[in-house]
Write a new protein. Structure first.
Length: 164
C-alpha cells in the first residue's frame, strides 16, 4: 500500500482554514456585546478582527493569482457570521489549491503612499499564515478576558482534529 504524499504547504493552509473555521464557529455563538468588546493591546473587537483576517486573505489571494475570491463591493461591516464563515472557507480552500503551485520567486514591486516595496510570492504565503495566527491569538485573548473558553488552535490540536 502506497503512502499518501504530504505537501507541507498544503497542510499549513489546511491548518489555517481549520483554525479560522473553529474560531468563527465559536464566535458565531457570542452575544453582540461580547463581539464588540475592546481591550488595549489587541487589533480590535472580535467581529471586525475576524473580518480583517478573512478580508486580508482575499487580498493575499489577489496578489498571488490576480483575482479576489469574492466581489469588491461586499458589506463586510454588516456581514453575518455565517457568511463570514463561508468566505473563510472559500479563501481557505483557494489557498490550499494554489499555495504549493505558485512560483515562490515571483517578485512584486508595489508602491503604497509614495513608498516602494519589493516582496515575493513566498513572502505573501508566509504573511497569510502569520497574519491569521497573530489575529486569532488576539481574539483568544479577548475571549479569555470575557471568560469564554476558546478552542485550542495549536498545530497539535489540528492533528488531533484529523483523527477525531
Amino acid at each position: 500500500m502506497q503512502e499518501e504524499q504530504i505537501n507541507p504547504i498544503d497542510k499549513m493552509f489546511a491548518y489555517n482554514l481549520w483554525a479560522n473555521t473553529e474560531l468563527i464557529k465559536l464566535c458565531s455563538n457570542l452575544a453582540d456585546e461580547q463581539l464588540e468588546t475592546e481591550m488595549a493591546g489587541v487589533f480590535g473587537r472580535i467581529q471586525p478582527t475576524l473580518v480583517h483576517i478573512i478580508r486580508a486573505e482575499g487580498g493575499y489571494l489577489n496578489r498571488l493569482t490576480g483575482a479576489r475570491p469574492w466581489a469588491d463591493d461586499l458589506d463586510w461591516d454588516n456581514m453575518p457570521m455565517s457568511e463570514l464563515l463561508a468566505k473563510a472557507q472559500l479563501s481557505g480552500n483557494q489557498f490550499i489549491a494554489i499555495a504549493s503551485q505558485v512560483d515562490p520567486a515571483t517578485r512584486h514591486d508595489v508602491e503604497v503612499q509614495g513608498k516602494s516595496y519589493r516582496f515575493y510570492n513566498w513572502t505573501v504565503l508566509l504573511q497569510a499564515l502569520y497574519h491569521g495566527i497573530e489575529h486569532r491569538t488576539q481574539i483568544k485573548i479577548l475571549l479569555t478576558q470575557l471568560g469564554v473558553e476558546h478552542p485550542e488552535l495549536a498545530a497539535w490540536d489540528y492533528m488531533d482534529s484529523l483523527s477525531s
